[in-house]
Design a protein around this ligand. Structure first.
Ligand SMILES: NC(=O)c1ccc[n+]([C@@H]2O[C@H](COP(=O)([O-])OP(=O)(O)OC[C@H]3O[C@@H](n4cnc5c(N)ncnc54)[C@H](OP(=O)(O)O)[C@@H]3O)[C@@H](O)[C@H]2O)c1
Length: 247
């Protein structure tokens, strides 16, 4: 059922973590992948892990001109995975305008402007699928996560409008909202947290923390025609976290 043969799939944040795992899986399912990230050398590392050839674009998606350049050169797409994002925990009392701009530029405006330009230039093929990576924290807050959670909640709301505006062409858009997944973001959390606290966190996950491949599996399902009747939906992936009585 899950076949991406000859589909052109653009993946942002492909230089590491969930984006990289998604690129590897899409490639193994026959897709032509288009990899986007800021770091050229880690982007090349992803490309080296693929069986097929990949197009790579070094782009900072917080820069509108770089988005325009990417869209001009990426070709038509059958799938888009908006994976690029930052975390940066910050208690409410320390939030300043620059923090809001930094978070929303990276997690919200980047994906919105990319979708808008792709749509405006008719680069999104009919029946294409767009996936947004949000976070479980858009609904379930954590201390220091107000800006991050808000940027992801905004992204989810955008996705649902995008889905309804593009349904006429059978273009679909869905959201995956993961809890903690073992990537660079996870390592940053680990560094800022005591061993005991980390152990407490893990105990709240009946299925343990997630792996990037767990999320990639769900992404390729949403990219494939196996999900052709699903649009505007949020899939929570949390290893059972929200079932836990402690949450
Ligand atoms: N890991 C988790 O626990 C978790 C949980 C829920 C949601 N998420 C979400 O999952 C997505 C992927 O995160 P991850 O865990 O895989 O983290 P990651 O390994 O740190 O990957 C983040 C990716 O985003 C890219 N990126 C960041 N800012 C960018 C910008 N301005 N322009 C272009 N690319 C940019 C990075 O590229 P460069 O390094 O090349 O700049 C990197 O490839 C994020 O949206 C994150 O919010 C993660």
């Amino acid at each position: 059922m899950i076949n991406l043969k000859d589909k052109n799939i653009l993946i942002t944040g492909a230089s590491s973590g969930i984006g990289q795992a998604t690129a590897i899986l899409c490639d193994s399912l026959g897709a032509n992948v288009i990899l986007v990230g800021r770091n050229g050398s880690t982007l090349q590392e992803t490309a080296k892990k693929l069986k097929g050839k990949a197009k790579t674009f070094i782009a900072d998606l917080t820069n509108a001109e770089q988005i325009t350049e990417l869209v001009k050169n990426c070709g038509n797409i059958d799938g888009l995975v908006n994976c690029a994002g930052i975390v940066k925990p910050l208690p409410v009392k320390y939030i300043r305008q620059k923090n809001i701009s930094e978070m929303f530029d990276a997690n919200f405006s980047s994906a919105v402007l990319l979708c808008s330009e792709l749509s405006n230039t008719k680069k999104i093929n009919d029946k294409a699928s767009v996936v947004f990576i949000s976070s479980i924290s858009s609904l379930h807050p954590y201390i220091g996560g107000s800006l991050y959670s808000a940027s992801k909640a905004a992204l989810e709301a955008f996705c649902r409008s995008f889905a309804i505006e593009h349904a006429g062409k059978k273009i679909r858009a869905n959201i995956i909202a993961p809890a903690l997944v073992k990537t660079k973001i996870f390592t940053e959390t680990e560094l800022a947290t005591s061993e005991e606290e980390m152990k407490n966190y893990e105990e709240q996950y009946p299925l343990g923390f997630g792996e990037p491949e767990d999320v990639a599996n769900c992404i390729v399902f949403l990219l494939s025609s196996a999900s052709k009747w699903i649009t505007g939906t949020t899939i929570k992936m949390d290893g059972g976290l929200l079932l836990s009585s402690k949450k």
